[in-house]
Every structure is written in C-alpha cells, then in structure tokens.
Design a binder for this molecule. Structure first.
Ligand code: SAH
Length: 351
C-alpha cells in the first residue's frame, strides 16, 4: 500500500471532489475545501473553520498542505519591487519577484528549481536542474506574496527560474487553477509564459487555445548566433521556432512577445537589427529589449544606452513594435536566479 500523501493544493476542483468522495465524504465538501485553499489561501488545516474536526484530521492524515516559507525578502527603495526567497518543504529554495506598476501588481514566478537549458548569460541554469515545481508550489508563490502585501495580484509572468515548457503538465494544471473562478480567478489575458523555445511544447500549448501570452526568448537574429547563446538552439532551428510562434498566434489570436537580451558586441549591431526585422517580418508581435544583466560567472557585458536606442530605432523604422524593458528594483538587482544562488553558496560555506 502506498503511504505517499496527496498534495491537495495541486489538485483541480474536480480532483479534490473525487478525492473527498474516496475518503467517504460528500462531493460538495470538495468545493468548500478548494475555496479554503485557493480563495482564502489558508496555510493550515485548522483554519478551515467550517470543516468538521474529524474531516480535518482525515485530511491531515492523508494530505500535505503546501505552504511556502518566506526565507528572505529584498525591497527596492526606488520602486517598491520585492524579491522573495521561498523555502520549499524539501529544503530547496526558489525566487519570485513582485513588481508594482500603475496598472497593478505583477508577480514573476519560478517554474522549476534550477534549470537545464544552459543559456549562456543566465544565472538560474549554472547548477543545472533539481526538479520541476508542482502546481501548488507555483500557485503559492503568488498567494504568499499577495498576503504579504495585502493587495491583489493582477498579473503573473512565468519568467523566473526554470523552463516552464520543461514542466509542461504541471504548468498547464497551474494555469487552469490560477484562472479557476473558485480560486484567484485571474484572467488568462493577465498571464504570460516565457520559453526558450521548445517547439513541440509551443505547438501543444497553442492547441490548448488559451488566451495567455506567449513570450519567446529569441536573443539572436540567426541560427548561428542563437546557438552560441542558447544550447536549446541545437535541438530547434530558429525558423522552426518562429513558425511555432506563428502557429501560436493563428491558434489563439494572441500577439507573441519576443524577448531579446542585448549582449554587448554579440547580438546588438545594426546588422543584427536588420536581420531580426527580416526574420519576424509580417508577424503580429512585439519585441521586448532587455539589456543583458551581467553575471560574474560569464564575461558577457551589457550594451550601452546609445547602442540599445539605436537598435530600437532601427526596428521601429522597420515597423516593429518594440519596448525596452524598464529596469525594476535596480538597487536590489542581480540577474535572475542570483539571490537563490547566493543563498545556496552561503549555506555551503557554513557547512
Ligand atoms: N526559461 C524561460 C523563462 C525564464 S528566463 C525562458 O527562457 O524564457 C526569463 C527571461 O530572462 C528569458 O528571456 C531569459 O533569456 C532572460 N534572462 C535570463 N538571464 C538574463 C540575464 N542575465 N540578462 C538578461 N536577460 C536574462
């Protein structure tokens, strides 16, 4: 007999109802409990005050209640951006970021502990992949931050550590639960998933016909340069990736965002901008330019402001929608995954 406990917060409403039926409870209790977990977002069984003590005991016996522990927070004095380090039940740590905009609060969540994609400029991948996050662990990053600031979270971007398409089933379950009316009830339109370009998964996601935004990490205007920066390009050729993005738009009607991290002297020339314009010609898309955030383990440098502006102007002249990513929380900055990395190294030093 398996004695593995069920991670109740990772189950959809229907799955919770079925599970309760298996425990010999009426189905309707499922909705009650689902709402405790995802609407009221309780951190313990005993907070479920309209659930009988005996059922709470049964749940404790059979289930775990995933609840992330806030291990550290850095708050920007400039714009209120907050970087959170959360501790998971198995001792791993993950990073999430809250960004405050005029139009609302946006949370950037991690989808995995570490990452195996190996992008050359990224800190999150330096120690490889530990494991994918469960739906509950993705959701709880948002719940804990919402409770911490006592405000509604209106947007979510899956752009933290990890490759969401490398944790596809959990990602999809997370999306359905985040947008369920018995939970946070977020609109799909307010959710963005960023990928380094795993083509079959992009196509699979397109076929789900959701209204979420796809962000594609492009970072180069041709296959050769992309391969230098992103090992995933060895598996999927740049035109295949672009075709998958076109397919995503056809299936969902959602404009794709291309992320392009500008690396000084590597992908930021006028020629690169020209080639990029040709690559995505005619697409209903948007380009987000990100001056690369240098990490100490690599010697890439950021493009200077003039180069960034010249790159932007060139794209605009070619009729492309382009924005430069506003730098949030510059005073607490460190590239993606650096807070976690520092934390892990500090632990090791203590050992
Ligand atoms: N794995 C996903 C999502 C996580 S990374 C993806 O690749 O899209 C989120 C974005 O930040 C990606 O576009 C990634 O390429 C970019 N990024 C990572 N490290 C960076 C750095 N040091 N400077 C600038 N952008 C970086």
């Amino acid at each position: 007999m398996s004695c593995e406990k069920v991670d109740l917060k990772s189950l959809s409403l229907n799955q919770v109802c079925d599970f309760l039926q298996e425990l010999g409870e009426p189905k309707f209790r499922g909705k009650q409990i689902y709402q405790w977990l995802h609407k009221k977002q309780v951190d313990s069984w005993d907070e479920m005050t309209n659930v009988s003590k005996s059922l709470r005991e049964k749940l404790k016996e059979n289930c775990t209640l995933t609840s992330l522990k806030k291990e550290a927070v850095q708050i920007s004095k400039i714009d209120g951006t907050r970087k959170y380090l959360f501790l998971l039940e198995d001792g791993n740590v993950i990073e999430s970021v809250l960004m405050r905009y005029k139009h609302g609060n946006s949370v950037c969540i991690s989808s995995q502990v570490g990452c195996r994609m190996g992008c050359r400029f990224c800190a999150s991948t330096l120690d490889g992949l530990v494991r994918g996050l469960r739906p509950s662990e993705m959701l709880d990053q948002i719940y804990q931050i919402g409770k911490d600031i006592g405000e509604r979270i209106s947007n979510v971007v899956v752009m933290g550590t990890g490759e969401p398409m490398d944790n596809y089933d959990n990602l999809l379950q997370f999306i359905h639960m985040l947008t369920d009316e018995n939970g946070l009830n977020m609109s799909q339109r307010n959710l963005t998933v960023s990928t380094c370009g795993i083509v079959p998964r992009i196509r699979q996601l397109a076929d789900e016909k959701l209204s979420i935004t796809l962000a594609l990490s492009l970072h180069a205007s041709n296959q050769e340069k992309r391969k230098e920066l992103m090992p995933v390009a060895n598996s999927f050729e740049i035109h295949e990736v672009i075709d998958a993005c076109k397919y995503y738009f056809e299936q969902t009607g959602r404009r794709v965002t291309f992320e392009y991290s500008l690396v000084g002297g590597v992908n930021d020339s006028e020629e690169d901008a020209k080639e990029l314009s040709i690559l995505i010609k005619g697409m209903n898309c948007h380009i987000n330019l990100i001056p690369v955030n240098p990490i100490k383990e690599r010697d890439y440098v950021s493009s200077n402001t003039q180069v960034v502006n010249a790159f932007k102007n060139k794209l605009e002249k070619n009729g492309i929608n382009v924005t430069i990513r506003r730098e949030m929380g510059r005073d607490i900055d460190g590239a993606c995954g650096q807070l976690r990395k520092r934390y892990i190294s500090a632990e090791r030093t203590v050992d």
